[in-house]
Every structure is written in C-alpha cells, then in structure tokens.
Design a protein around this ligand. Structure first.
Ligand SMILES: [Zn+2]
Length: 161
C-alpha cells in the first residue's frame, strides 16, 4: 500500500491510498486524473438531478399532474421516476373506444389497467414512487398480470406459470 497525490480533472488534489502491483496503481492514478474529485462529481450529479427534476416538474405541470409531496430530495427523485413511468409504453393504454373489450375478462382487465394508470397519474407520495421504483415502468401490465393470476388461482387453485 502506498499514498499518492492525485490531481483530479477539476483541479482539486487529494491523497489516495492504492494497493496492488505498480502497473495497476499507475493505471488507477491516470484514471482518477481523468475524473472530477468525488466532491465535484457529487455536486455535478446533484445539480444534474435537480435540473432533470425541474424539467420533469415543468412537464408534469403541463400534463396537469399533481404536485408531489415529500422532502426536497425525495421529490427530485420521484419526479424523474414519475416522468419515466408515465412515458413507458407498458403503462400506456389505448383509448377505451378503440380497445377490443368483447369478453368480460378483457373488460375487467381493461378496468384494472385504467385504475393502475389513474394511480400513476394521481399518486402524489414521493415515497410511493421511490418504494415502487423497480416496478414502475411496467406498473400497469404488472397490475393486470397480478389480477389475472388472482382470478386463475380462484378458479384452479394454481398460479399462472
Ligand atoms: Zn473537485
């Protein structure tokens, strides 16, 4: 192990400890020299997130979406999650008059999809958006799949494979 002075791309200097063979250390030093320091990186990333969120907030307002609630940090994050979720094709429904709803099951699934879409459009809790983030871009289809699975279980006692 040894300590090295690194000058980052942003001009800030820092002492770093590096391990391993000399070649690896030189490569790591060169790599660090092409980056901003952790502080500047974080500042820039935070600023980018804020700018993204501000843009998303303006779009949200244009779309008539409700104002999100939560801490400033949560809102920044949730605003981006909401924008991506609402734009996702698997969360987008064709209009009811164009949908083929010729069986009660299709009609039922469409109603569930509509309710799920409505939840995305009206959910104001930033915490909800953050808690559900792994599933948001296919939220509507997932709600339909879950409902279908429940019905199937009700009929047969088994899950849809
Ligand atoms: Zn810096």
């Amino acid at each position: 192990m040894a300590q090295y002075n690194v000058t980052y791309l942003c001009g800030h200097k820092e002492i770093v400890r590096l391990f391993g063979p000399g070649d690896g250390r030189r490569a790591e030093l060169a790599r660090l020299g092409r980056l901003d320091c952790p502080n500047c990186y974080k500042k820039r990333r935070d600023a980018e997130h804020k700018a993204e969120a501000a843009e998303a907030a303006i779009k949200a307002q244009d779309l008539g979406l409700p104002q999100l609630v939560g801490s400033e940090k949560q809102i920044v994050w949730a605003e981006s999650l909401r924008a991506a979720a609402l734009a996702s094709p698997t969360n987008t429904l064709i209009p009811e008059d164009k949908a083929v709803l010729d069986t009660p099951e299709k009609k039922g699934l469409y109603d569930i999809a509509k309710a799920a879409r409505k939840q995305l459009e009206t959910e104001i809790s930033s915490k909800w958006w953050i808690d559900n983030r792994s599933n948001l871009c296919r939220y509507v289809v997932q709600c339909m799949a879950d409902a279908r699975n429940d019905w199937f279980k009700g009929l047969t006692g088994e899950e849809v494979k």
